[in-house]
Write a protein that binds this ligand. Structure first.
Ligand SMILES: C[S@@+](CC[C@H](N)C(=O)[O-])C[C@H]1O[C@@H](n2cnc3c(N)ncnc32)[C@H](O)[C@@H]1O
Length: 271
């Protein structure tokens, strides 16, 4: 395994922490830009304190390292210069008080109890606390495919899929009502989902733009590989008067959509 700085910090920690080997690449990918800066980092899940030391080493002395755990014993790590908050990550009121005390946050890593309820409530509660340019990484999201972490239909990954839909609802083609603007993008790697905050980009109003260049009047061949649609298009060209029949356009669009759906040949990729 190629050694990353995150892995070096993990090995250096004087206290125990257990991580999957694949995580170190992902930490490097998500967190490297925040190193050696005056950032606020929050890790949910302290356990034996090992990862607190790892993150202090990795992010450097300017970073404020905050741990959250339900186990009151975790308070002892305050002696080592960490800020520790005791409470449940599935408790909305706990997060309200936490945000009041801690203020805004740059980086969050959720390595807590990994139930869907905990992961979803933590994400929902902490999105409003994020600084621009910040990131929330939810770890061990493979629990979405395991028993014992909540109803699978409401797993963290199912929730993430809904958020992906809502990110796309920012496009002007859809009703803004359902759109998601608290974060800009979602990135998925094995066992982790990251939410990246970019306030400018996520607040942009979607609109169609024309660059004003020369119009080549090129024909769009989008449906040209569907023989049935081509036949209909030819029919409409011959019987131009069809266009003037009330509801003809709506009927033609319905027919077009039906024919596209019928010819769909990518079913095998949904298995
Ligand atoms: C996987 S361990 C954390 C390991 C640690 N990050 C490390 O790498 O060494 C999970 C921790 O989450 C804590 N935890 C479980 N449920 C929690 C909850 N509802 N709220 C806050 N912490 C919780 C547990 O007490 C445990 O210490």
């Amino acid at each position: 395994m190629k050694t990353t700085d995150a892995h070096k910090s993990f090995i250096k920690s004087p206290y125990r922490s257990i991580k999957f080997n694949t995580y170190f690449e992902s930490y490097e990918h998500f967190f490297s830009k925040y190193r050696n800066q005056n950032i606020t980092f929050v890790e949910i899940g302290v356990l034996g304190g090992g990862s607190l030391f790892m993150w202090r080493d990795y992010f450097g002395p300017e970073a404020r390292i905050i741990g959250v755990d339900l186990n009151p014993n975790a308070k002892k790590w305050e002696e080592n210069g960490f800020e520790i908050y005791i409470g449940s990550q599935s408790d909305i009121k706990f997060w309200e008080a936490f945000k009041q005390e801690v203020g805004s946050i740059d980086v969050i890593l959720d390595d807590g109890g990994h139930t869907y309820e905990q992961q979803i409530i933590t994400t929902e509660c902490l999105l409003s606390a994020m600084n621009d340019g910040g990131i929330i990484v939810v770890e061990d999201t493979h629990t979405s495919y395991m028993e014992g972490f909540g109803p699978k239909s409401k797993s963290f990954i199912e929730y993430t899929k809904k958020l992906i839909d809502k990110v796309n609802m920012r496009c002007i083609k859809f009703s803004d009502y359902a759109s998601e603007r608290r974060f800009w993008s979602i990135e998925v790697v094995e066992s982790m989902v990251a939410f990246k905050i970019n306030k400018r980009a996520s607040s942009l109003e979607s609109e169609l733009m024309d660059n004003g260049g020369i119009d080549d009047l090129a024909e769009d061949f989008r449906y040209a590989d569907n023989p049935s649609i081509e036949k209909i298009k030819k029919g409409i060209k011959i019987f131009r008067f069809i266009k003037h029949i009330p509801f003809a356009k709506a009927v033609a669009l319905k027919l077009r959509n039906h024919l596209i759906n019928r010819q769909f040949s990518a079913d095998r990729y949904f298995k």
